[in-house]
Design a protein around this ligand. Structure first.
Ligand code: HT7
Ligand code: ZN
Length: 855
């Protein structure tokens, strides 16, 4: 496959002045008519008229009304065109029903649906399918009143009617999108849908019609999403001054979808799991995620749609910034520390392994074969961390000023990271040359801290280093904002949080006037996406666990105690750390602390995180030993907190009608965390009771999990299925839970068994992920010495690849850590990777992933 390089960017030779599309819908023979006004681009370097096009049957093509025969070239067509404005017309035929890759125009449960990011529009018609070509679109959709009463596209609905002259029962709609947009933001949906409607008055007093379209039967699951949308619209006005710019905003829920959601202009399309929720069927975690994703897609209207990316290398320009904005939103709607801890957990869980393995790439990659493989945790989550660091470095006011300038200067443009950085340089007069390394250098920097105290001067010696990553053997020092506070022996803050800028390989920072040695709290709020090495003992960590005034670092102190306790148990069977257990117990008792925060405190590093830490320390992780230590720490907690757990459980029961707000959700999460430990003491008695009395999914699923964990889930497995077999999103949970709680030695067999189930619809990405994704995340089971889980996953990836390359390729990342393990496991993993790589006709997506992983 061809490799595309950032350095090779050239602008398209033509400007598009307007696009008119007509869709004559048919499940297997949809006709797409396009009429596009082009003119030569004065900034062009070459004027080759190349249009992308894949899997299209060309019926006819015209230039200025005269029929022509385009030359077929790799990935599209080429035509000789006049050196003056001209009109291109084409009629093509496509087959939505045969489109199982879910990219372009496809069908999901009888509904027509599109997904065009990143390069799906070329499967709809011939077009310069690149984000720097922006144009206004007018779209006419012709359907059939019975099957497709709703006909939706981008922009504002202009006309709707029935037109018996085309075919009996036909209906049509015309949509006009006045805002220039790249083709990846095009969307069309047609089907038998029900709308949940509302309105929003914008800051300048305009009324916007809001609708969430769902399949009949799902209409009771829309109310929460609608509230989230209105909150997002208001928040973007209040915090970023961004007003919505169309008369309507539509969301559609789709069952078959490769990712979470898509920000198409005025017509967001959502994986139904990311928008539909009711108390009975969705957990608190689902509600929070839905609120965040609705916000994320809505915020893209400005960061992504009004200002888009020049090319796909600039993906972080819209994704990093929009993730950062949705994180700010969630922090404002819920709890700031809890959101920060959740985000750091996600970063360590998904981005750190990526950055420490063969798939490591910069936040702005410099080459790719298949852009779909670069919708990664590095681009999204590390991209958001980079924005957070920029804000920390320039300050809140300067950030707000820079963002105003960004929206002003670049509205309706396709931009680069250089444009983004320049906005900050111009509005702050700060040289950000070194900061830009965060976009180009891959890998996770390691910051080492050494302390010194002499006279009344306390010094922090900071240093940074970064291990080689693919294609980058050496690294230049980056600018790392290290937020630090100082405490005295009583736990009082003697120096509030200050941001130290580590700009060199080593740099020392002094703090004068301290009669006694202060205790530093370093990297507060996780001010940079780095690993921190600090030579401090357990007593100091326990002190910070009890006293740190920074909630993130207080949690981090407990986390580090848990980590060290686990590593000790894994490496030489050391008993678990009593200081950690007693410190944690004191904190759990503290009712002044937010229950959600206390629930997070009860957590401990995941097994794969521990494997990563051991690998970084130069040891070979043993998945069975890691599993045993993890279990023993949970047993130790259950025992140490035995007297406390029933009280915590009872005190955090929520009464009254269900609300997914942060406060009751926090209580449920603490009660459920207590239940999970209690089950180790009472053999499942409390869980059984909770399962029977649960009137919401948060309680039901937690009880189900506790019973499965205790090996007492058989009745619940049957009852859960009977209760929910008509709800596909809940049945995804039913599959996942059985995989998640399988014993390591039973995992492969459990999965094999579940794949025989009549409801295992493997072509549906949610269902596939519910089983295969959860299997890959089951560390001890996936890495069981038998190697059968590796084989089961590879078998299924090979089966899925010809059907849905995008989802297959994403899931190959399960193999990215293969070099961490012992020789036997490495051989087993490598054999599966080579088996996948050797498959005839393997997709470009999967080929790129397995090749990079094997390198
Ligand atoms: N911008 C979108 C990313 C995306 C996507 C979404 C659904 C299916 C396929 C996709 N390819 C890329 C989603 C987002 O970041 O908001
Ligand atoms: Zn996004």
């Amino acid at each position: 496959p061809q490799t595309i390089y950032l350095k090779d960017y050239t602008p398209f030779g033509f400007i598009v002045d307007g696009v008119e599309l007509t869709f004559r819908l048919h499940p297997t023979k949809t006709r797409v008519f396009s009429k596009i006004a082009f003119r030569p681009n004065p900034a062009a370097i070459d004027n080759r008229f190349f249009l992308h096009g894949e899997q299209l049957k060309l019926i006819n093509a015209k230039i200025d009304g005269a029929e022509i025969t385009p030359r077929a070239v790799d990935g599209g067509i080429e035509v000789d065109v006049p050196d003056a404005p001209f009109t291109w017309e084409a009629e093509v035929e496509i087959n939505p029903e045969a489109n199982t890759a879910l990219e372009g125009l496809y069908m999901s449960n009888g509904m027509y649906c599109t997904q065009c990011e990143a390069e799906g529009f070329r499967k709809i018609t011939f077009y310069p399918d690149r984000p720097d070509v922006m144009a206004t679109f007018t779209v006419r959709i012709e359907g059939n009143v019975e099957n497709t009463p709703e006909l939706l596209s981008n922009g504002n609905g202009d006309e709707y009617g029935t037109d018996q002259t085309v075919t009996p029962n036909s209906n049509y709609a015309v949509w006009i999108d006045p805002w220039p947009k790249p083709a990846y933001l095009f969307a069309l949906v047609a089907g038998d849908l029900i709308a949940h409607e509302d309105t929003f008055k914008t800051m300048s007093g305009k009324d916007v019609r809001l609708s969430i379209f769902v399949r009949p039967g799902d209409e009771h699951k829309c109310a929460f999403g609608m509230e989230a949308l209105k909150k997002s619209m208001k928040w973007d006005e209040d915090v970023y001054g961004r007003e919505y710019d169309l008369d309507e905003f539509n969301i559609v829920a789709v069952d078959d979808f490769n990712m979470g959601a898509m920000e198409n202009k005025g017509l967001n399309i959502f994986n139904s799991s990311c928008v539909l929720a009711s108390p009975e069927t969705a957990t608190d975690g689902n509600f929070e995620r839905i609120e965040a994703i609705i916000a994320h897609e809505y915020f893209h209207n400005w960061t992504g749609n009004r200002i888009t990316c020049r090319d796909w290398f600039q993906l972080c320009l819209k994704e990093g910034l929009t993730v950062y904005r949705d994180a700010q939103f969630t922090a404002d709607m819920r709890s700031e520390p809890v959101k920060r801890i959740d985000d750091v957990l996600a970063l360590r869980g998904r981005q750190f392994p990526e950055d420490q393995g063969p798939l490591s790439h910069p936040v702005r990659p410099e080459s790719f074969q298949e852009i779909n493989n670069f919708y990664t945790a590095t681009v999204y989550e590390k991209g958001a961390e980079v924005i957070g660091m920029l804000k920390t470095l320039v300050g809140d006011d300067a950030y707000a000023k820079a963002l105003d300038l960004y929206f002003d200067r670049h509205d309706s443009q396709a931009c680069t990271i250089e444009d983004w950085i320049k906005v900050f340089e111009d509005s702050t007069s700060r040289d950000l040359t070194q900061f830009k390394l965060w976009y180009s250098q891959s890998g996770t920097p390691e910051v080492t801290v050494r302390e010194e105290f002499e006279g009344d001067i306390f010094t922090l010696h900071l240093s940074q280093s970064s291990a080689p990553t693919p294609g980058q053997d050496t690294k230049a020092p980056q600018v790392i904002p290290v937020a630090v506070g100082l405490l005295n022996d009583n736990g009082d803050e003697v120096l509030p949080t200050q941001v130290l800028e580590l700009t060199e390989t080593e740099k020392s920072f002094t703090f004068k006037g301290h009669a006694t040695r202060p205790i530093p709290s370093v990297l507060r709020g996780f001010s940079a996406p780095v690993t921190l090495t600090q030579d401090i003992d357990n007593a100091r960590r326990a002190f910070l666990l009890a006293h740190d005034t920074d909630p993130f670092n207080r949690w981090e102190a407990g986390r580090n105690l848990a980590r060290d306790s686990l590593i000790g148990a894994i490496v030489d069977g050391t008993a678990h750390n009593e200081d950690y257990l007693s410190g944690l117990k004191a904190l759990l008792r503290d009712d002044r602390l937010d229950p959600a925060y206390r629930a997070l405190m009860l957590g401990q590093p995941s097994q794969s995180e521990l494997a990563g830490i051991l690998h970084k320390q130069g040891q070979i992780p043993d998945p069975a030993a890691i599993h045993a230590a993890t279990e023993s720490l949970r047993d130790a907690k259950a025992k140490a907190f035995a007297d406390l757990l029933p009280d915590i459980y009872t005190a955090n029961q929520v009464t009254g009608p269900f609300s997914p707000d942060a406060e009751p959700a926090g209580k449920r999460s603490l009660a459920n965390a207590a239940l999970s430990l209690l089950t180790r003491l009472d053999g499942g008695e409390a869980a059984e009771k909770q399962y029977k009395s649960a009137d919401n999914m948060t309680l039901q699923l937690a009880a189900f999990g506790a019973l499965l964990d205790a090996g007492k889930g058989d009745n619940a497995i049957a009852a859960f299925y009977d209760q929910w077999n008509d709800d596909r999103l809940v049945i995804d949970k039913w599959f996942s839970m059985q995989v998640m709680f399988a014993k390591p030695e039973d995992l492969a067999a459990t999965v094999a068994n579940l794949t025989q189930h009549a409801d295992f619809d493997w072509k549906n990405p949610n269902r596939f992920r519910a089983v295969m994704g959860v299997m890959a995340a089951h560390h001890a089971g996936f890495h069981h010495t038998s190697g059968t889980s590796y084989q089961v996953l590879a078998d299924w990836l090979l089966k899925l690849d010809p059907v849905n390359p995008q989802t297959t390729a994403r899931m190959c990342s399960a193999f990215q850590t293969w070099k961490r393990y012992d020789d036997d496991r490495q051989a087993l993993l490598k054999a599966q990777l080579e088996r996948i790589a050797g498959q005839n006709g393997l997709s470009r997506d999967t080929t790129e992933m397995v090749t990079r992983i094997l390198e």
